[in-house]
Design a binder for this molecule. Structure first.
Ligand SMILES: Nc1nc2c(c(=O)[nH]1)N[C@H]1C(S)=C(S)[C@@H](COP(=O)(O)OP(=O)(O)OC[C@H]3O[C@@H](n4cnc5c(=O)[nH]c(N)nc54)[C@H](O)[C@@H]3O)O[C@H]1N2
Ligand SMILES: Nc1nc2c(c(=O)[nH]1)N[C@H]1C(S)=C(S)[C@@H](COP(=O)(O)OP(=O)(O)OC[C@H]3O[C@@H](n4cnc5c(=O)[nH]c(N)nc54)[C@H](O)[C@@H]3O)O[C@H]1N2
Ligand SMILES: [Mo]
Length: 684
């Protein structure tokens, strides 16, 4: 991003046209970033609640008062119940190495607070990836221009991964066929050559039927399979049962289309699969992801540049996660609470001390977490001491006892690894923070000192912390140091050029066997959750059985109750970043109110007209929405994008009041896409 600063103010932002990956592109969320930075609703001084919880009445206080009060309350809670009565709650509101996912871990691990397990963004997909392929960067996203066949599976590239699109479009111009497997005909599916609508939660059935065809018709690459996979014989026998005719019944995709897809994928090298997070979000989501990750090994797609799987190239970046987590010496015995279960945790549903202190930063659980009503009820508990660090008075922050104002990206230093390309990016502070806002890492430095935590990390400057945050000695960091990063802004990891990079041409997968594990050796340890997601705690297999071979399991909730015959999905909103920007005028205008998209036939059967008010409900809640009727969603499917704040809705609830609270099969992923609802016309 190129930022124009006039005097002491940011006046304009634009994409950097010279950047080889982003090429001058910026998404609608951030093109008017100054309106976000200088927004009149932004809160830039610490605040203490004066009204009732949820009222939103606060008074400004000094940082000293805020830190004193937090230290006193936390100390008191620890004295009475022990440190596990404190729960940190954070996610990906900020994605920097210094200020993002792990910024609070050292502080809370030092205290011995309950560990928050953060699995609701690809915890299942990543765990499945590690089980099948290991922590490999896999393909360079730029190499997609060389693909001849691209399957975009459960991913809305044009809305959610905008910068990848030009590479796919270039491949398409060069003759590649682009296929989109999604219940929704969204912007990306519109541009694809073939959109395959699928019933939510049935992707494992489709992938396994593709295997049935590929192996059954001898379209697999026997040499690649023999050299670079485990368990082929077992898999071949296992997929005999998964015929395309059977899969048609599960997925709603005609058997002949499944055959065509499998044959084309196997015979159009280089073939690539771009996987989105929604793949994991159902009862068999982890199995679906493992099956999909296995496909390119069966067909030998990895042999060529432009073949393989693109999930997220994060494993290319040598971030010193363990060091950033700063594990507590007795970490193995600390209580773990999955963030998904915040409502239950606040209601006393876990063994051990009651949660009496909650510290939320980089997250907005009142919007992003399932069981929304129970989250809001829990936040409203009078005996719960809540600290929220954020930019705005979010629907979560309304329940804070103490609000801490956080700096925004342009007001703080950071270094960014990427979820979507292979460049490290330096994020310099270009203006002083508004008011008294502070970067997250500075907030934790001050709190650590106030609570007498004796850890040298909290005495380090930003640069010193950055130096310790990466392993600068590995081959992909040759030629990269902090000074060069500051001078150039971004540097490509030292990997072969995208046009030559086929990292698994000869196998070399970083799994326990060194091969693609069609038959998973890690499954023997039970359910696997990557330590990245649990403040570093490595003892991560809970013994819950996991299928050794990718296996299909039907959705649990969809189809289980005639009163709720429709399958709800809640993917990302085009104009919001999860819950962020949903309070900005321009983005809210562009996104519009909470909508519920449904198929013309389903609408007609219920007497629902386009743009009329409806209520979407199930046994958990009822949520108001505006109907959008069309043919872009498959029959039986309802789409409500996530991100709207519940406070903006007439009944004070948003889509996560409806979503399932069950875990998926692997990595304790959420199951948003296994949610059943009914829709009916509403008055007014
Ligand atoms: N504009 C915008 N961009 C974003 C974000 C945002 O909020 N807004 N959030 C960012 C974040 S945190 C993430 S994780 C990424 C996620 O980006 P994506 O991976 O694209 O994730 P989703 O939007 O959740 O879902 C993608 C698609 O999966 C489809 N889908 C839902 N259920 C199923 C299913 O069971 N099977 C199949 N095959 N498809 C299904 C949905 O219709 C949707 O089109 O986007 C990032 N980019
Ligand atoms: N139904 C449904 N629910 C979902 C999903 C879905 O697809 N469907 N997607 C899930 C996914 S993939 C994700 S990643 C999560 C996202 O969940 P979150 O990460 O919680 O979502 P965000 O809204 O991006 O960010 C949370 C808050 O961080 C604040 N923030 C931003 N930068 C900073 C900072 O530097 N410091 C501080 N202190 N605060 C900051 C923002 O203002 C915002 O209020 O939601 C999950 N929930
Ligand atoms: Mo995410």
């Amino acid at each position: 991003m190129v930022v124009t600063v006039e005097g002491d103010r940011v006046t304009k932002v634009r994409g950097n046209p010279d950047h080889p990956f982003t090429r001058g592109g910026l998404c609608v969320k951030v093109t008017d970033f100054p309106a976000h930075l200088y927004n009149e609703d932004r809160i830039v001084t610490p605040q203490r609640r004066v009204g009732a919880k949820g009222d939103g009445r606060f008074e400004p206080i000094t940082w000293d008062e805020a830190l004193d009060e937090i230290a006193a309350r936390f100390t008191d809670i620890i004295d009475r119940h022990g440190p596990e009565a404190i729960l940190p709650y954070s996610y990906l509101g900020n994605m920097g190495i210094l200020n993002g996912l792990t910024v609070g871990d050292r502080f809370f691990n030092n205290l011995g607070a309950s560990v928050s397990e953060r699995t609701f963004c690809d915890g299942g997909g990543i765990s499945a990836y590690l089980m099948t392929l290991g922590p490999t960067a896999a393909v360079d996203p730029e190499s997609l221009v060389h693909s001849r066949y691209i399957i975009i599976w459960a991913c809305n590239v044009l809305s959610n991964n905008l910068h990848l699109w030009p590479f796919i479009e270039e491949a398409q111009k060069r003759g590649a066929k682009v296929v989109c497997i999604d219940p929704v005909r969204h912007r990306t599916a519109e541009k694809a050559d073939w959109h395959i609508p699928i019933r939510p939660g049935t992707d494992a059935a489709l992938a396994l039927a593709m295997m049935h065809v590929i192996i059954g018709e001898g379209l697999h690459d026997a040499d690649y399979v023999a050299a670079n996979t485990t368990g082929f014989e077992e898999l071949a026998e296992h997929v005999v049962q998964y015929t395309p005719e059977w899969a048609e019944g599960e997925t709603g995709i005609p058997a002949q289309d499944i055959r065509t897809l499998a044959r084309e994928f196997a015979t159009s090298p280089p073939a690539m699969i771009r996987v989105g997070v929604a793949l994991e979000r159902s009862t068999a989501g982890g199995n679906a992801a493992r099956a999909v990750f296995s496909l390119p090994a069966l067909t030998g797609s990895w042999r060529e540049v432009g073949g393989g799987v693109l999930q997220m190239p994060i494993w290319a970046f040598p971030v010193a996660w363990d060091h950033l987590h700063g594990l507590h010496p007795d970490a193995d015995n600390v209580r773990i609470i999955n963030q998904w279960e915040l409502g239950r945790a606040l209601a006393g549903g876990f063994d051990g001390p009651p949660i009496e202190g909650l510290f939320v930063y980089n997250s907005n659980p009142a919007v992003v977490t399932s069981a929304q009503q129970s989250v809001i009820d829990g936040l409203a508990r009078d005996d719960l001491f809540v600290v929220v660090s954020d930019h705005f008075l979010t629907d979560t922050a309304r329940y804070a006892d103490i609000f801490l104002p956080a700096a925004m990206a342009m007001e703080q230093n950071d270094l960014m690894f990427s979820w979507g390309h292979l460049y490290l990016t330096y994020n310099p502070k270009v203006v002083e923070p508004q008011g008294e806002a502070l970067a997250n890492n500075e907030q934790f430095r001050r709190l650590a000192r106030r609570m007498g935590i004796d850890d040298p990390w909290f005495e380090l400057s930003d640069d010193e912390q950055l130096v310790q945050s990466l392993d600068w000695s590995v081959p992909q960091m040759v030629g990269i140091d902090l000074d060069r990063l500051k001078a150039d802004g971004y540097l490509r990891l030292n990997l072969p050029p995208a046009d030559e990079y086929a990292p698994h041409r000869n196998g070399n997968f970083p799994t326990p066997s060194g091969k693609v594990e069609l038959l998973s050796s890690m499954a023997a340890g039970g359910n696997f959750v990557a330590p990245l997601f649990r403040q570093g705690i490595p003892g991560n297999q809970d013994g819950k059985p996991v299928d050794a071979l990718p296996t299909y399991h039907q959705p649990v909730e969809i189809g289980s109750n005639d009163a709720y015959p429709l399958a709800l999905i809640s993917p990302k909103a085009h104009a919001f970043l999860n819950s962020q920007y949903a309070n900005m005028d321009k983005q809210l205008t562009q996104q519009g109110p909470q909508t519920c998209r449904l198929n013309v036939d389903d609408a007609a059967a219920r007497g629902i007209a386009d743009r009329s008010p409806v209520r979407v409900f199930n046994g958990r809640a009822s949520v108001a929405a505006v109907a959008r009727v069309g043919t872009d969603v498959a029959r039986g499917v309802v789409l409500m994008p996530m991100g709207h704040w519940p406070s903006g809705s007439p009944d004070g609830l948003a889509v996560n009041a409806l979503t399932s609270t069950r875990y998926a099969d692997i990595g304790r992923a959420p199951t948003f896409s296994d949610t059943a609802v009914e829709v009916e016309p509403a008055a007014g």
